[in-house]
Design a protein around this ligand. Structure first.
Ligand code: AMP
Length: 358
């Protein structure tokens, strides 16, 4: 496997806060970063030595970007397949195109997860009203209709609690390919951030417990309030998924847990560093961002142990204006993503508290 030594250059597709924190971790290890993003105001540009402002369909710009780096990676899963193809012809693309293909389409993703022997919510694909009626007959309610592609933070989703809700589904999916998913009753949501290096070494971080508000992550806490057995089972599942994809880099697996039965249902996978892994920056031996850089450069993976009890809180929209409250809290680690406009629901920063276990 090709190792990229410190001093090399890493290309990152996407210029948001994840790209920014990846570039900061890369710099610490002695790498330089080149960020590719269409948005001139990308927060990752502030912390990288090179940047390209161009559309993901711009072949010439992509080729130039890819040929300037030793390895390329991405910070979001909706990288178009054609973009991945162009980049991977010029340089190493890690993780590869397969991870994108699986995670971009909820139907492909669920089928793949089931093939890995991992349980998901029951599901049925539909596109037309007739197919929806068929799917509803099979899945019933409560259930959730979701577009197969481009859904995030609850967008393109509709919960079906009563028969009449079915009438509103086509208004949300708008005739695009979708799935109807059975609603899973769970006690908590957890995620496993797992790294697999180019040499095939795997290391999972402790499981984080996540609380969402209005479909957006609010807090992640470690350790999760789950048994050792469930913790171990969750990590085994994430490892199995990473191995099946021959994955290179950090990926995140979101899961639902039933406390009574200990059953775990996988909701989705993200082929990237993840908001629910931000706690690792101060809370773990190695951050998820550094771990991703290590994995794609084929360096030894870092330790994953938590440094104590950790809590990460997202700062959305105007929450960021209260920054002094965190700066004057001696236990708080405050992160500002450098975005100027605090629009409602926008991820502007986060805070992490680490309480020493000893
Ligand atoms: P998703 O866009 O698939 O990540 O879903 C966003 C959130 O909606 C999840 O984090 C859950 O809180 C909830 N959710 C999604 N799908 C289901 C399901 N099948 N059963 C129960 N809750 C769900």
């Amino acid at each position: 496997m090709t190792q990229i030594k410190p001093g090399g250059k890493i290309g990152i597709l996407g210029g948001g806060q994840l790209g920014r924190m990846l570039a900061m971790a890369a710099a610490r290890l002695g790498y330089r970063c080149h960020i590719f993003c269409p948005d001139v105001r990308s927060p990752a540009f502030h912390v990288a030595c090179d940047f390209t402002i161009a559309e993901y369909e711009n072949e010439d710009a992509l080729k130039e970007f890819a040929s300037s780096v030793d390895v390329a990676t991405y910070e979001f899963e909706n990288v178009p397949a054609r973009t991945a193809e162009i980049v991977s012809k010029e340089t190493l693309l890690r993780p590869g195109a397969r991870a994108l293909e699986v995670s971009q389409d909820r139907l492909t993703e669920k089928k793949f997860l089931n093939e890995c022997g991992v349980k998901t919510a029951p599901f049925k694909a539909f596109q037309t009203q007739e197919e929806l009626d068929e799917a509803y007959k099979e899945i019933g309610r409560p259930s959730v209709a979701k577009t197969r592609r481009f859904g995030y933070d609850g967008k393109g989703q509709l919960m079906i609690k009563a028969r009449k809700d079915v009438d509103d589904v086509m208004g949300v999916t708008k005739g695009t390919a979708a799935i109807l998913e059975g609603f899973v009753t769970f006690d908590r949501e957890i995620s496993v951030v797992v790294a697999r290096s180019a040499s095939g070494d795997v290391a999972a971080f402790p499981v984080a417990e996540n609380v969402h508000t209005n479909h957006i992550l609010d807090t992640s806490t470690v350790p999760a309030q789950i048994s050792e057995v469930v913790e171990a089972k969750a990590k085994v599942m994430a490892t199995r998924i990473a191995n099946a994809l021959e994955y290179i880099g950090v990926m995140t697996v979101e899961m639902f847990v039933n406390d009574g039965t200990g059953e775990i249902v996988v909701n989705e996978i993200a082929p990237r560093v993840h908001n629910s892994g931000h706690w690792t920056i101060e809370g773990a031996a190695t951050s998820q961002f550094e771990q991703h850089i290590r994995a794609i450069c084929d360096l030894p993976l870092g330790g994953t142990d938590a440094r104590g009890k950790v809590r990460m809180k997202n700062l959305l929209g105007k929450d960021i204006l209260d920054f002094e409250q965190y700066l004057t809290d001696p236990k708080a680690h405050f992160h500002h993503y450098g975005k100027l406009e605090p629009r409602e629901g926008r991820k502007m920063g986060h805070v992490t508290w680490v309480e020493d276990a000893d």
